[in-house]
Design a protein around this ligand. Structure first.
Ligand SMILES: [Zn+2]
Length: 182
């Protein structure tokens, strides 16, 4: 008997042909974006890619926001997970939104870098700020949230604001982590 290319259930009457073989109705539904696309000419690899996206979307839908810090972090206390929206403005890299369980948090800290610079004949201290998260995903993953990505005057209002925001992020992350420890 033929089996589904993706989930390996055996196929009887209802099956859908793709370039490499047949898939079952369940897998077809996911791979075809709810029956909106044909899969006849797609390879197994292409279907699996589509499949992953479908599952990702489902997981995101299961995210219930109970707390959030601006556009930086979303928390789902009910399901013990948080989301990094990864807005380009804060990441310096091109990342999709990511969801991690609280239990994946290994470490979270604020990092400041400061330099002295003479601006308009006056010595100034300039700084930048990021929050670095270390996560356990089988291997260690680090993510940086850049609150002040470019050096600015450390006595300026934006710097002070972002610094307390960074402290907030660290606190809330650590509280979430401790919540599951005790
Ligand atoms: Zn299947």
């Amino acid at each position: 008997m033929k089996e589904c290319l993706i989930c390996k259930t055996s196929l009887r009457f209802i099956k859908f042909k793709c370039a490499d073989g047949y898939v079952c109705k369940n897998c077809y539904e996911k791979a075809s974006q709810n029956f909106s696309q044909t899969i006849k000419n797609r390879t197994k690899e292409e279907l699996l890619k589509q499949f992953d996206t479908a599952i990702e979307v489902k997981e995101e839908a299961a995210f219930e926001i109970s707390r959030k810090i601006n556009q930086l972090l979303l928390f789902d206390d009910k399901n013990q997970q948080f989301c990094l929206p990864n807005h380009k403005k804060y990441t310096k890299e091109d990342l999709k939104p990511e969801i991690y369980p609280f239990s994946a948090i290994i470490n979270c800290q604020m990092m400041e870098e400061q330099i002295e610079k003479v601006v308009k004949k006056k010595k100034q201290t300039l700084g930048c700020i990021k929050v670095v998260l270390t996560l356990d995903q089988g291997e260690k993953v680090t993510r940086a949230i850049w609150l002040i990505p470019n050096f600015i005057n450390t006595t300026s209002m934006p710097y002070q604001t972002m610094k307390s925001l960074a402290e907030n992020v660290v606190n809330e992350i650590n509280q979430s982590r401790e919540g599951i420890l005790c």
